[in-house]
Design a protein around this ligand. Structure first.
Ligand SMILES: [Mg+2]
Length: 211
């Protein structure tokens, strides 16, 4: 495997995110605490509409209405959508590594469980970094969410490489395991120095302090 394709998860790998940010923005003007709002919504079953949204079975407007109801707030869809989308901040440490891998000629794929609200937002917010990627494989577009094998196979197909020639990097152990089950090489992202060491162990040259 001299020159594998590299598939990066987005959330908590390329950029960090926290739903509590959205809940703070929604709750603050109403005198509500963001973390408790999120906890309430989670207990009320937020995971279900979120999964439907990220697998492409639910549209943005329907999701906003469902999530807004679970949070117990009555917000115009546009306002809810804007707050819900703004949850990301950059993982500064990983950008130079991604750039070095692109410079070395690796095919780079983004493989993200996401939805139209988040991906429209993060594609603008991280346009410069995402321009280094050859393809973006987004769950709501391919109709499968990680850790379903179909998702990982869609990433290999986007890379134009057999699964065994693709390295899948994700912060969630179940996704790393899913990638391995689908025949890709799974790497668990903990932090950027560990990732650099893990890639070197796979025979992928990574500069010691990429910039
Ligand atoms: Mg992630």
């Amino acid at each position: 495997m001299p020159h594998p394709a590299l598939v990066f998860d987005f959330g908590n790998v390329v950029a960090f995110f926290d739903y509590a940010r959205a809940c703070e923005a929604i709750g603050r003007p109403r005198g509500l605490d963001g973390s408790s709002l999120l906890e309430t919504a989670r207990r009320a079953g937020l995971a279900e509409p979120l999964l439907a949204f990220e697998s492409g079975r639910m549209g943005s407007e329907q999701f906003c209405r469902a999530a807004s109801r679970l949070l117990g707030v009555d917000l115009p869809v546009d306002e809810f959508a804007a707050a819900w989308a703004d949850i990301f901040w950059p993982n500064e440490s990983i950008v130079p590594l991604i750039r070095a891998l692109a410079d070395n000629g690796h095919r780079l794929i983004l493989g993200s469980n996401t939805n139209p609200l988040h991906s429209n937002h993060f594609r603008r917010q991280f346009a410069e970094t995402l321009a280094l990627f050859d393809h973006l494989v987004l769950s709501f577009e391919v109709g499968h969410v990680k850790p379903a094998p179909e998702f990982f196979l869609a990433c290999a197909e986007a890379a134009g490489a057999p699964p065994a020639d693709c390295v899948f990097i994700d912060d969630l152990p179940e996704n790393v395991e899913g990638a391995r089950q689908a025949g890709l090489i799974g790497v668990h992202y903990v932090d950027t120095p560990t990732l650099a060491a893990d890639l070197r162990a796979l025979g992928i040259p990574v500069p010691s302090s990429p910039r």
